[in-house]
Write a protein that binds this ligand. Structure first.
Ligand SMILES: [Zn+2]
Length: 82
């Protein structure tokens, strides 16, 4: 069986796409509620099924990343057992 197209990524495809962004105006972190000043870096995580996204400050995004890493590790573990 040939693999079709580009290899999909769990965080790069339709669901939960996230990217670093520069706040075009002052924003609020979705998690800690802290202000993200205009022009500073933040991370946008798409909300699946909507056009919207959540915005996280760098500190909170590190937590999100760490959790994602744990979830990924679990999946990697499970996929290597089968
Ligand atoms: Zn935050």
């Amino acid at each position: 069986m040939t693999k079709r197209g580009k290899t999909p990524s769990l965080i790069g495809g339709g669901a939960g796409t996230c990217k670093m962004a520069t706040a075009a105006r002052q924003r609020k972190c979705k998690r800690c509620g802290g202000a993200i000043p205009m022009g500073s870096g933040c991370f946008e995580v798409a909300i699946p099924g909507t056009m919207g996204h959540k915005c996280y400050c760098v500190d909170c995004f590190k937590d999100v990343l760490a959790q994602t890493q744990q979830d990924l590790n679990k999946l990697v573990e499970q996929s290597s057992v089968i």
